[in-house]
Design a protein around this ligand. Sequence first.
Ligand code: NAP
Length: 519
Amino acid sequence: MRILENHVLGAWRAPSGKTADLHDPTTGEAVARCGTAGTDMRAVLDHARRVGGPALREMTFAQRGAMLDAASKAIHAIREELIDLAILNGGNTRKDAKFDVDGAIGTLSAYAHWAKSLGETKVMLDGEGLQLGRTPRFWGQHILVPRTGAAVHVNAFNFPAWGLAEKAACALLAGMPCIEKPATATCLVTERLVRALTDAKCLPDGSIQLLCGSAGDLLDHLGPQDVLAFTGSADTALQLRRKENLLRWSVRVNVEADSLNAAVLGPDVRAGTDQETWNLFLRDVVTDMTQKTGQKCTAIRRILVPAEIADTVQETIAERLGATVVGNPANDEVRMGPLATASQRDDVRAGIERLAKEAAVVHGAVGEPANLVGCEKGRGCFQQPVLLRAKETAKAAAVHEHEVFGPVATLLPYSGAAAEASEIVARGNGGLVASVFSDDRDFVRAMVLGAAPWHGRLYLGSGKMADQSLGPGAVLPGSVHGGPGRAGGGEELGMFRGMALYQQRTALQGDRGVIEKLW
Ligand code: NAP
């Protein structure tokens, strides 16, 4: 059995105690073993703070950008290997795996590119300087400097490559060392990715460490200059936020959590025709339900459709879902693999049962599909796609509260009025992304005003952008990722905005001549 090592204190070290097994969700077989027992978490933090941080802070933004470029290339060099590992340990189809791995490569590369514009400096100016006194002699300027602690990154199971890269790109460019803690169940990909980075020697010692397994007491030692960026369920986030030392030291905590992402079909869209906006809506809904077996935090879970076309929408989505080939993700004809773990499968099945109390299952059922392709029945973590339809949209509650993290979504018929749609969307209590599919500018404007306060991102699907769009599920490094309320209240990416978590904003007040000549 393959034993995964942890990269800590400048070396790869095997676990020296209790371990956990990683599985192939297609067959249920164990494929690797990992653990962090015996790791001195306080020393790991100190190594980041004393070795990695100073080395990064010595570098200019342009140098850090070159480092990210080298990291992106090192990952690209083992792209095929990572894809194979994601198929084995994540149940990803090749296309799903590419979404994760290429997302990691692309995000690092985007930040490497943007770093060039920051140049050979170590301090970022925040906005223009400002006259504070009677004359411009007394001057003010905000600056952004890297925090001197460690950035701890706790990630969810669904993006073992991209999850690391999107956080690390911002932290490293800002000048903070990272301690990466991927979800245990799928850390096979992350371990290989970090090994590629250490083999390529593209990052200074101490700037990236990796824990394959439990975080142990790591978070209990975080202090005033450290940062915790967490991605996972709202329940775990709540548990972590309450930690006394995080509260006592005002440790920066960024949370990316659950989200009941909504898609709103505008009343102008002609369902069942060859209109581009209609086709885009269909493509995006079906992609989000089936890509990565619905295990995307940004996937559409609630589908708002004008009541008079709800039947057509239902039939068309059901037809497409019915044509989705489910089975062994290593098989080329398969479009959807298993869920990532057995507990994930059980949670999804229980979630469908919960939604089914107030919505009718109009396509699919609880359980694996009858025609599973390329694998043995009853052994893997399969769940067929399920479409539900609210019996009464006004009374539906669970669909706005309970995230079923799998190939499941619910149709919610509404009147076609933007005010009503906005009110229904807001019942999700804050989301990562909502999408509006319409070519009617008045409808889109009203939806933007109604939905924007509740979301970190709005995706405006229309015929004119259809051929360039990657869909609402794709998180692009140039736009912020995160959302208010239930979604965690965090913000990542968004070009330089994502670096703010790792920087201290400080207002300088003094002689303009001195301030303007500091850098
Ligand atoms: P999870 O169970 O909350 O776990 C997330 C991470 O937290 C894992 O690395 C887990 O480690 C770690 N963890 C759990 N308890 C911990 C503790 N006491 N101390 C330190 N770390 C701890 O979530 P998941 O099942 O992996 O992911 C699914 C959820 O993530 C879904 O709800 C989804 O919506 C959400 N998600 C959100 C985003 C986003 O960007 N907003 C992205 C992806 C997923 P172990 O694996 O070792 O337990």
